[in-house]
Design a protein around this ligand. Structure first.
Ligand code: GLN
Length: 446
């Protein structure tokens, strides 16, 4: 209860300036905390936490950052929420996010942009920008997030906190509102690899309610944190350190990599030759899946409904036209286009093939190295408003995070240093299911 009061107090004092939360669950949090104090059990007993507003929380509004779901109170808990509840966490509230997790700056939220706690004129990154900003500002010790193309790693990097996107299939997608189902993966953001290990441990595991959930034991992540990385082979992909990476950020990353070497890691140069295909591959596949997933929001069963529809077509058209923001509409149109009969082979099918080439690059690299180190972003946080009218520049933000999402491999962002007072993140990537190795390398670095 004491911890919960502390963080509710911090939220009350500081969230006005940050806008990192869509809902605060004061009463519910106090009840949960009191219950834990009384019977206290679970590995995370009494740990206050925030959930990205993409995770369904029973009895609590689950908006997904959209006007479409502004009035939606989830009738059930997401699997990840259920597991964390069972581990004893206390839900402080629901974190702000880009609408339907589409974005890299948190400026696409129906509830307004989130501010970067290091500099309120800058973006926190997206789409889990509320989660990252809140943890960075000390409004919660940890928060859940989702990563479809970088949405945990990129905001963690821009806010100077630690984030992990586990292997695709590790965390159940049940109750996590779908954006691009073959890419969506739940994970968490916290202040250290150690904290991430504890939270991920509680979130991960097989769930029969998600057909792509992996039936495989979750290892003891905390036990993997030996801090020993002597002899660990870390690959530096030349495509990620090429033109485009800001010089000052490059210097921060070089220092970080030298520190890993000092702790005994062996650094080698590697190639991931299909990296340049990732952006176009992702921005065909993710919108295609989104256009299909978002077809369910039709104004009929739940969510936003336009006023006084004259017929069914008018109901669909105006409910979707008024309920979805511009970026979501853009994605739906791109997706419908690439899936249409005449263009399917040229775009969608082609993108499925290039996706495989990108995944194969990683699998080939991991025959030689244990981990890959790379930048998360080309530069630190940019200014609010700087890119809102330029979707292609915004998409370019994701060049270093998309490949791992397309390959389904686990990835982390670890704070590496600062440029002009703004944090820079180091990205670490591992083979499928090697979250323990990833967390240990991050822990050794921290
Ligand atoms: N920025 C990317 C997009 O807009 C990734 C988002 C995500 O990972 N959810 O699609």
């Amino acid at each position: 209860a004491e911890l919960t009061e502390h963080f509710l107090g911090r939220i009350g004092d500081h969230d006005g300036a940050l806008n990192s939360l869509i809902s605060v669950c004061e009463e519910r949090a106090r009840e949960q905390a009191a219950a834990v104090d009384k019977q206290g059990s679970g590995t995370l007993a009494g740990l206050p936490i925030l959930h990205k507003d993409i995770f369904c929380t029973q009895g609590v509004r689950t908006s997904c950052g959209s006007r479409m779901l502004d009035n939606f109170v989830a009738p059930y808990d997401a699997d990840a929420v259920e597991r964390l509840d069972r581990a004893g966490t206390v839900t402080l509230g629901k974190a702000n996010m880009d609408e339907f997790a589409m974005g890299s700056s948190n400026e696409n939220s129906f509830y307004g942009p989130v501010k970067n706690p290091w500099n309120n004129a800058c973006v926190p990154g997206g789409s889990s920008g509320g989660s990252a900003a809140a943890v960075a500002a000390g409004l919660a010790p940890a928060a859940t997030g989702t990563d479809t193309g970088g949405s945990i790693r990129q905001p963690a990097a821009l806010c100077g906190v630690t984030g992990i996107k586990p292997t695709y299939g590790r965390v159940s997608r049940y109750g996590m509102i779908a954006f691009a189902s073959s890419l969506d993966q739940g994970g968490c953001i916290a202040r250290s690899a150690e904290d991430c290990a504890q939270v991920l441990q509680a979130m991960a595991g097989f769930d029969a309610r998600d057909s792509t959930s992996v039936e495989r034991d979750v290892p003891d992540y905390a036990a993997a944190l030996t801090g020993d990385i002597a002899g660990l082979r870390i690959g530096l992909p030349k495509e990620y350190f090429a033109e485009g990476l800001q010089d000052e950020s490059r210097r921060v990353l070089e220092t970080a990599i030298a520190q890993l070497e000092q702790r005994g890691a062996v650094v080698v140069d590697i190639e991931l030759p299909h990296t340049e295909l990732a952006l176009s591959t992702y921005y065909v596949l993710a919108p295609a899946e989104a256009s299909s997933n978002l077809a369910r929001f039709d104004g009929v069963r739940y969510g936003y409904r336009c006023a006084n529809p004259v017929d069914l077509e008018d109901l669909y058209t105006r409910s979707r036209g008024e309920g979805f923001g511009r970026e979501v509409q853009r994605r739906i149109m791109i997706g419908a286009y690439v899936l249409s009969a005449g263009y399917y082979d040229a775009y969608y099918l082609k993108a499925q093939k290039t996706r495989r080439l990108i995944a194969n690059d990683f699998h080939a690299a991991f025959t030689d190295v244990d981990l890959i180190a790379a930048p998360v972003t080309q530069a630190p946080a940019f200014r609010l408003g700087e890119m809102v009218d330029d979707p292609v520049s915004m998409y370019l933000n994701d060049v270093y995070t998309l490949p791992a999402s397309l390959a389904g491999i686990p990835g982390m962002s670890v704070p590496a240093g600062f440029v002009d007072g703004l944090p820079v993140g180091l990205q670490l990537l591992a083979p499928w299911f090697e979250e323990g190795r990833l967390l240990n390398a991050a822990h050794a670095f921290q």
